[in-house]
Each structure stands twice: as structure tokens, then as C-alpha cells.
Design a protein around this ligand. Structure first.
Ligand code: F6P
Length: 553
């Protein structure tokens, strides 16, 4: 049995789960009018209410003990101080250094990396501001009207989510597009209405080898060359963000347009780096700084607050409570803010690529479950799609609800309606509807006794479905920075407790390797027989149909 499962706290939590699994939150709220006050925390304008979770004071105590037994405080220090905690890649994990505002040296391998971070930021800022101020001129001397970020995974989801979230702060006469899919339709649809003379590309790839990104980058370059007729001034239209400067230069990008990524920044934690170039172009350096400031403030909260007052820690512990003791498999992230419509997609990578691991830090297979399936959608849309399962399904899905208290524009009736749904859903999920309540409702509608008996079981809601609610004033860059950092740290804390490395991603390699081999096999119409019969069958079917279509033309 793993060490984790033998810790006192784990054993106590296992016992405690048996004692409280039949408690209903409805009763816990009735018994304790202070529950909201006790189980909620604040950070600046963010209120985190975790009172609608299946917990008691004892649960919290035991979860905190679990965190201490995992030596969480010392792991937090190791993270911030650049210890090489990504042991399988022998790398430090220092995305927090990118938003550090303290002016204290951040020493890695004996070198203070803070000056280099500042210098790189200055370079990015200079380009972004020139484009924004229309000083950066393309091949025909015209200013840039469209920026296309070509990247995938962390080189796409982070900046895309932030750009969407901060639309109200963006320039309206400068469009930022994101191309990630290797499916040609993505790049073709994007380029169709663009003018190469006023388009600026950012090839965002830490490795500069990702097939999807490199193919799209090549297509973009060909598009430019075919429409301009030569590679004249191509340097005015292409930039790269990468840790592989050599490959970027070989691709033809001018040295001064290549922005650095460091190996100590994981792709899914990279939006704070030059990967945020598209964001900086959209919202400007000042607002980008606010984003960093918000993240830094949260970093300080995470680093300095006692565990029981620490929002990311409490988020993580609740996740562990459900994941490992209730044996819950999924968790939902549900923003009630249209600007956060890519938040769940982004969090999916942060969480699932980080903690979707079955081997622990000692190289042994774990005997407990790790990262959950994370999914999500704009809350209101989810209500009309999958909330049925949240309310009456057979699976327990703890959900995070995020909502702004104030809207950018002032159509009060919209915002009031939005917020009423936030409050209603969390209450409904927690309370449910009892049989007597459902019966009364049907009687009030005048249904016959017979009809009531038939309908009644369907009208009962079990309730006791956990939600945690995050309310914040308005989605400013600063608040967004804090929210993102909150989730990043939650994922880290869970990784510490599960004793896994949250910062590598070996699991994405196998598919990539096979795709390279198969890609070669697709070059001709020869039938293949080197795979299992399903894969052979699929490949050969594709080849046959392709060849048939070709002959038809
Ligand atoms: O395949 C997964 C992954 O390596 C992610 O971790 C990463 O964010 C993404 O691909 C893109 O990688 P790169 O920035 O090197 O192109």
C-alpha cells in the first residue's frame, strides 16, 4: 500500500467519510447559521464560498492534517524558490517568476533570472506597443490590422482564453485570431478574409517542433509568399515565441522577432511569458501588467497564508475529498460570465495534463485515483444542456461556479437574471427538493392523486450536490490574473498530496510518435498491415476512399 494511504490523516479521512456520508447539506445549513461565514474566504475582490460542500469542521481539520503530512508548506517554498521539482525533466517550475513584482533576486542554478525576464518583457512590450500604436508597418507601409497566433495546447489555450476574457479592454480596430487545429479548415477560414500586407503572425511553440503548429506556420508563410509574390519584408510579418531559437531562425524568422521561452515554464503555465504577446497586443502593456499583478497578489496569498485561510489549498483539499473518498470521477467549472467562455477549456489542460498521472514521484504506480475529468461550459448554457445530470444523475459532480457582481455594461435586467440563476442553481443543487415538497407542488397544481403518484419520483431532487462559488466585482485583468493563479496552485497542491509530478506530460508522446509513423504510411495507396486489424482497417479504408475520389476527378 502507498505511503499516502497509510498516513494517519488518510486513514482518519476514510473513517470520517463513513461517518458523514449520509449527512445532508440541507441539515448542516439548518443546524448552523454561521456555516457561510466559517466556510468562505476572501482575496481582494474575490469571495470564495465553499460552504455548500459535504464537509464539517472535522473534515476540514483532517484535510488540513493531510496537507501537513504531505509537507505542503515546504513544497510551496520549493516551488517558489526554483527547486527542480519537475524531476522527470530535471527542471524548476518558475511560471511564478514571470509575474514576480518583488524586485528580489530569483536564483536558478546560481544565476538571478529576474533581469532576463525583465529584458524579455521589455522586448515583447516594445513590439506589442508598436503594433498597437500603428507604428509597426508591413511590407506596403500599412499598419497591422490582424494578428494571427499559431500555436496549440498551452501556446494557444491560455492566450485565447485571456484574450476572450478581456475583450472589453481590447483595441477594437485590431483583430487577434487564433489558429491551432491541423485541420486545414482552421487556417483557411482564418486567412480567407485577411490581407497579408496588414497581417502579423506569431508562431507560438515552446519546442518549435509541434507538428500541428509547424504545418500551420508553413501554410501561413506560403500564403504570404503567394500573395505578396516574394519574401520581401517577410520579417515584418512573422515572429516566434519559442525556446528553440535555432529552429525559429531556420524557419526564417528574424532574430529580433524571436521571443524567449524558458524550460522552467511549462506550456500550460506560459500565458504570463512572451506567449502572451497576442494578449499584450490586444490589451496593451499596462493592462497586461495588471494581469501579472493579480497573479502575483494571489501568489503571495498562496505563499504566505496559513493553509486553512489559503484559497488554492482549500480548493485542492475539497477536490481530494471528493476524488479520493467519495470516489468522484469528474468536476465541472461553470463561469457565469460570457467573457470566460474559454475558461473551462483552458483549465482542462492545466488540470488534466498536470494531474492525469498514474505513476508517483518514486516511479511506482499509485493505488488511489489522481486528477479528475474536468469539463465545463458557460453556466447558463450548461443549465440547458447537462445540468440535468448534475441535479438528478447517478454521478456526483462537484462544480465551481464563477460570477461577476457587476457587468461592464449596465443592462441591469440581464445581470439580475444572470445572478438569480447563479444563486438558484447553487441552492437547488445543495437543497434539492424533498418528496413532501414535490408532492405539495403537484397538489397545488391540482393534479389527481393518481397522477401525483406516477409523477412524484421524477419530481424529487436528491440535493446534497456540492458547489463552490467564486464571486468577484468585475472581470478585470487583475482579477482574472488572480483567478488563473488560484487554479494553477490548486492543481499543484493536489499533485503534492497525490505525490505525482504535475509538471511533465509524457502521456502526450505516444500518440505523437505513432502519428509520425502513420503519416509516412499515408503517402501512398499501398495497403498497410503493420498495425492491429482495426487500425489497419481504418487506414486502408481511408486509402481506398481517397484513391477512389482521386480517380473520379
Ligand atoms: O502535446 C502537448 C503539448 O506538449 C503541451 O504540453 C503544449 O502546451 C503543447 O503541446 C504545445 O507545445 P509547443 O508549445 O511546444 O508547440
Amino acid at each position: 500500500m502507498s505511503r499516502l494511504k497509510q498516513t494517519q490523516a488518510w486513514l482518519a479521512l476514510t473513517q470520517h467519510y463513513e461517518q458523514i456520508k449520509h449527512l445532508h447539506m440541507r441539515d448542516l445549513f439548518e443546524e448552523d447559521q454561521q456555516r457561510f461565514a466559517r466556510f468562505s474566504l476572501h482575496h481582494n475582490d474575490i469571495l470564495y464560498d465553499y460552504s455548500k460542500n459535504c464537509i464539517t469542521d472535522e473534515t476540514v481539520d483532517l484535510l488540513l492534517k493531510l496537507a501537513h503530512q504531505a509537507e505542503l508548506p515546504s513544497w510551496i517554498e520549493r516551488l517558489f524558490s526554483g527547486d527542480k521539482i519537475n524531476h522527470t525533466e530535471n527542471r524548476a517550475v518558475l511560471h511564478t517568476a514571470l509575474r514576480d513584482r518583488s524586485d528580489t533576486p530569483i536564483v536558478l542554478d546560481g544565476v538571478d533570472i529576474a533581469p532576463e525576464i525583465k529584458a524579455e518583457r521589455a522586448k515583447v512590450t516594445s513590439l506589442a506597443e508598436k503594433i498597437r500604436r500603428r507604428e509597426w508597418r508591413g511590407v506596403s507601409g500599412q499598419p497591422i490590422t490582424d494578428v494571427v497566433n499559431i500555436g496549440i495546447g498551452g501556446s494557444n489555450l491560455g492566450p485565447l482564453m485571456v484574450n476572450e476574457a478581456l475583450r472589453p479592454y481590447s483595441l477594437h480596430d485590431l483583430n487577434v485570431h487564433f489558429v491551432s487545429n491541423i485541420d486545414e479548415n482552421h487556417i483557411n477560414e482564418t486567412l480567407e478574409y485577411l490581407d497579408p500586407k496588414t497581417t502579423f503572425f506569431i508562431i507560438a511553440s515552446k519546442s518549435f517542433t509541434t507538428q500541428d503548429t509547424m504545418l500551420n506556420a508553413e501554410t501561413a508563410r506560403q500564403w504570404y509568399l503567394s500573395l505578396i509574390g516574394s519574401d520581401e519584408q517577410i520579417g515584418r510579418h512573422f515572429s516566434a515565441v519559442t525556446s528553440n531559437t535555432k529552429l525559429a531562425m531556420e524557419f526564417g524568422i528574424a532574430g529580433e522577432n524571436i521571443f524567449k521561452m524558458w524550460d522552467w515554464v511549462g506550456g500550460r503555465y506560459s500565458l504570463w511569458s512572451a506567449i502572451g504577446l497576442s494578449t499584450m497586443i490586444a490589451i496593451g502593456a499596462e493592462q497586461f501588467d495588471e494581469l501579472l499583478e493579480g497573479a502575483y497578489e494571489l501568489d503571495m496569498h498562496f505563499r504566505k497564508s496559513p493553509l486553512e485561510q489559503n484559497i488554492p489549498v482549500m480548493m485542492a483539499l475539497l477536490g481530494i475529498w471528493y476524488n479520493n473518498f467519495f470516489e468522484v470521477q469528474a468536476t465541472a467549472v461553470l463561469p457565469y460570465d460570457q467573457y470566460l467562455h474559454r475558461f473551462a477549456a483552458y483549465m482542462q489542460q492545466v488540470d488534466m495534463e498536470s494531474n492525469g498521472k498514474y505513476i508517483d514521484r518514486s516511479g511506482d504506480e499509485v493505488d488511489y485515483t489522481t486528477g479528475p475529468v474536468l469539463f465545463g461550459e458557460i453556466g447558463i448554457s450548461g443549465q440547458h444542456a447537462f445540468f440535468q445530470l448534475l441535479h438528478q444523475g447517478t454521478k456526483l459532480v462537484p462544480a465551481d461556479i464563477l460570477a461577476p457582481l457587476f457587468s461592464y455594461r449596465c443592462i441591469a435586467r440581464h445581470h439580475r437574471a444572470l445572478m438569480s440563476n447563479v444563486f438558484a442553481q447553487t441552492e437547488a443543487l445543495m437543497r434539492g427538493k424533498t418528496e413532501p415538497e414535490a408532492r405539495q407542488e403537484l397538489q397545488d397544481k391540482g393534479l389527481s392523486d393518481d397522477a401525483i403518484e406516477k409523477l412524484l419520483p421524477y419530481k424529487v431532487f436528491p440535493g446534497n450536490r456540492p458547489t463552490s462559488t467564486f464571486l468577484f466585482d468585475t472581470l478585470t485583468p487583475r482579477t482574472l490574473g488572480s483567478l488563473i493563479a488560484m487554479y494553477e496552485h490548486k492543481v499543484f497542491v493536489q499533485g503534492v498530496i497525490w505525490n505525482i509530478n504535475s509538471f511533465d506530460q509524457w502521456g502526450v508522446e505516444l500518440g505523437k510518435q505513432l502519428a509520425t509513423t502513420i503519416s509516412d504510411e499515408l503517402n501512398d495507396d499501398e495497403q498497410v498491415g503493420t498495425h492491429d486489424c482495426s487500425t489497419n482497417g481504418l487506414i486502408n479504408y481511408y486509402k481506398q476512399r481517397r484513391s477512389f475520389k482521386r480517380k473520379q476527378k
